[in-house]
Design a protein around this ligand. Structure first.
Ligand SMILES: Nc1ncnc2c1ncn2[C@@H]1O[C@H](COP(=O)(O)OP(=O)(O)O)[C@@H](O)[C@H]1O
Ligand SMILES: [Mg+2]
Length: 510
């Protein structure tokens, strides 16, 4: 059998940003009809390479050939004309438009709003398994369907080569399986996929070929079925990985966070977004909250942090002497000052000021405390010194502490946030999706830091959509469904599939 033709050949691609070489002499060959995984740590340069292939960024050096012919992709329109489409890591959809409007938005020649467009969208909806009408407002769709809309958008424009940038980061296992089914069936129809991921089991499940990128350079290309996950992981991080540690409980009977009958009504309605939530987190304990996004987890965290006002119930922090301190009426800063570290779900909205230098981000939320403030004044030198410490201790890859947070990759931004939130001896850490969209290296580091802090007596409330993370870190898991804590699982024995069923309420129905 002859090898299928290369449909895309990237040769010697180099892309520099101020202070960072994002891609350095990268070579990548994609063959017709394959699913080609591109793997690498956070900040390795995967998204940059894909943006170059999608015409969103221009390489400083190197060439791109599509179907054997050298091309210049000056913008996404050029890429689309060459048959290349990209589904971004962060969806680029408008909530207040319908499914159809989102698909047609920006498409060449909007003349198609007629019957032909509708029929074509129906066909693509069927192919991708979209569970929504094309007249439905996007805001009524779940994450998996939003992703399908993104994919349809790309197919509608005629893409034959589809780039999926970390598509599974936002999905639960059942949804990942559905996505893979779609990918496989489209592969049979002749589509080619470039699949960006750092989850090795997924790469093994879906990819025909895997190319590993480390620190901007191609490390190698392999058949994922012929090499072990460990070998793959070592290609990615370039060193021996620590063995998975054995579980050792550090849970004490000293309560730290006590939430009692917490209620939150939806704005302008009596529907409960949080419905009589009660739980306790103890010193040395990680309490994990599992749930499909949109079941009240975000509101729970924001109510505990004082960003939303509870309509009933209490949030108390129990001090070392056993006295409970009621936080229910306090603002966010006061709650932080009481000893709560907070890793926000969306670091770019609540965790960081992207345009500000790293050292200024060290001050966020800590402006009243040492070492970044002295008396009533900010201590800029102290903030700078402590930022240098975090950069070193948490392996934040950056050209320096003066660069804006925006210049860091997501994983390095997150390491900065985690380092800051574990500074100043918190008694409680609220960790909301602490490793979302982060590579194996950064993830391992963040997990390790949370474990160390727990060992030293930190109480942790962990909210995550990553079931491996929940199972790996938690001492107890509670499942949240429609604003209530509905069931409890033992992380030592529960499987991701069982958790997934509890999360979707399949268990309740059964
Ligand atoms: N627009 C940009 N400006 C400056 N630096 C960038 C930009 N985009 C990416 N980088 C840097 O390039 C490197 C690679 O980033 P990226 O391609 O997003 O990695 P990955 O997708 O593998 O996580 C990172 O160090 C990141 O900070
Ligand atoms: Mg990326």
């Amino acid at each position: 059998m002859t090898e299928p033709q290369p449909v895309v050949e990237l040769r010697g691609i180099t892309k520099r940003f101020p202070g960072v070489v994002a891609n350095s002499d990268v070579n990548l060959t994609i063959r017709a009809g394959e699913v080609h995984a591109v793997c690498g740590e956070n900040g390795a340069g995967k998204s940059t390479l894909m943006k170059i292939l999608y015409g969103m960024q221009q390489p400083d050096e190197g060439t791109i050939a599509v179907n054997g012919e050298q091309v210049r992709l000056r913008n996404p329109q050029d890429a689309i004309r060459a048959g290349i489409g990209m589904v971004h890591q962060h969806f680029m959809l408008a909530d207040n438009l319908t499914v159809r409007e989102n698909i047609l938005l920006g498409a060449e020649g909007l003349h198609g709003i007629g019957r032909r467009a509708k029929a074509r969208i129906d066909e693509l909806a069927e192919q991708t398994g979209l569970n929504a009408d094309q007249d439905a407002l996007l805001e009524s769709l779940g994450v998996a369907d939003r992703q399908r809309v993104e994919i349809i958008k790309v197919l509608y424009r005629g893409a034959k080569i589809v780039i999926l940038d970390e598509p599974t980061a936002v999905l639960v296992p059942q949804e990942v399986e559905a996505l893979f089914e779609t990918v496989r069936s489209m592969q049979r129809q002749g589509f080619t996929f470039i699949f960006i991921s750092h989850k090795l089991d997924e790469v093994r499940a879906i990819a025909d070929t895997v190319t590993v990128i480390r620190r901007g350079t191609t490390v190698g290309t392999a058949d994922p079925k012929a090499i072990s996950s460990r070998e793959l992981a070592e290609m990615m991080v370039g060193s021996e990985l620590p063995s998975p540690e054995t579980r050792e409980s550090t849970v004490t009977d000293r309560a730290v966070l006590r939430v009692t009958d917490l209620r939150l009504a939806a704005e302008g309605s009596t529907r409960a977004v949080l419905d009589d939530i009660s739980f306790t987190v103890h010193a040395g304990e990680v309490l994990g909250i599992a749930g499909v996004e949109g079941n009240g987890q975000t509101e729970l965290v924001e109510t505990i942090m004082g960003m939303r006002r509870a309509t009933g119930g209490t949030v108390e922090l129990v001090e070392a002497d056993g006295k409970a301190r009621d936080l229910t009426r306090l603002g966010t800063l006061a709650r932080r000052e009481a000893g709560i570290g907070y890793i926000a779900e969306d670091r770019t909205r609540h965790g960081l000021l992207l345009t500000q230098p790293l050292w200024a981000n060290r001050i966020l939320g800590y402006q009243t405390r040492e070492p970044v403030s002295k008396g009533q004044l900010l201590d800029i030198a102290g903030a700078r010194r402590d930022t240098e410490r975090i950069v070193a201790d948490y392996d934040v890859r950056t050209p320096g502490i003066e660069v804006p947070a925006a210049a860091l990759s997501g994983g390095n931004q997150q390491k900065l946030v985690v380092g800051r939130e574990l500074s100043g001896d918190p008694v409680l850490l609220i960790a909301s999706h602490p490793t979302r969209g982060v590579d194996v290296g950064a993830q391992a580091l963040i997990w390790e830091q949370i474990r160390v802090a727990r060992h030293e007596g930190l109480a942790v409330l962990l909210i995550s959509a990553d079931l491996d993370e929940l199972i790996g870190l938690s001492d107890t898991i509670r499942v949240m469904l429609r604003g209530r804590l509905v069931s409890e699982a033992d992380p030592a024995t529960v499987t991701p599939q069982e958790l997934g069923s509890a999360m979707t309420g399949a268990e309740e129905a059964a």
